[in-house]
Write a protein that binds this ligand. Sequence first.
Ligand code: TA6
Length: 271
Amino acid sequence: MISTAQAEGDLYTQGAHVAHWTPAGQKPVLLTSSKSLFAAGKAIRGGVPIIWPWFGGRGGGLPGPAHGFARTMDWTVEGTELRSDGSVGIALVLAPNDATKALGFGAFHLRFRASFGKTFEMELETRNTAGEALKYEEALHTYFAIGDIGKTGVTGLEGTTFIDKTDGFKRKQHGAEPVKVAKETDQVHLNSQAACVIHDAAGGRRIVVEKSGSDSTVVWNPWTEKIKGMADMGPDEWREFICVESCNAADNAVTLAPGGTRVLRCAIRVE
Ligand code: TA6
């Protein structure tokens, strides 16, 4: 639990999972489901799940949990900092263990830094400690709280190619209009480095999502039917959130040279 004059927030060592960030004078910016299980080995539903080292199903007939193992493992707090500007920084690390080695990941080092203040900043640093290249996907899979999905649009993805996971993973071209959600939406926008803005008309605000070190952006909302099969979400919660995920997925998977380091950054503010 973080509480300063600038913001409030919650972070769990399981998954280095940020569940809440509320800047002073604002409504909560992240949604964590009222039905999240908060159980060992089960990802918290909402906030910012850290997706690593694969996005979605692992594929290739290989074993492993959806969206990788980082979000259900216990991370170690490396340090905390109350800064002179009133923001709070927390750093957590994840190193290989028997479970990751059994999945074929025995040489890596992850560091996640979160900064809670008037803006919310995250960094996911991957270091390859192996003697060969490390290929991985990653995402900060952020659930943004909005007033009404039907009155929400996302700009910043104009003209991008996306993989439509609701339509046979077909590749499609997005036009010049904002991304809107009027059915189940699950889109991996490729080669997109631009900042996104969530226009939350019902909530009377815009949420700006800037990023660096990220070449893909996913927009997801389960809509009315898929959410019914999600035990850790209320049946009406689909109206109240949109995931805009800063990631490196699919064609934008990362191949990191031995000894290399790469950082995915995301900075969020409300206007
Ligand atoms: O990012 C969108 C997505 O990949 C969807 O396909 C949906 O599966 C969502 O993530 C949530 O996945 P989870 O494993 O957290 O239920």
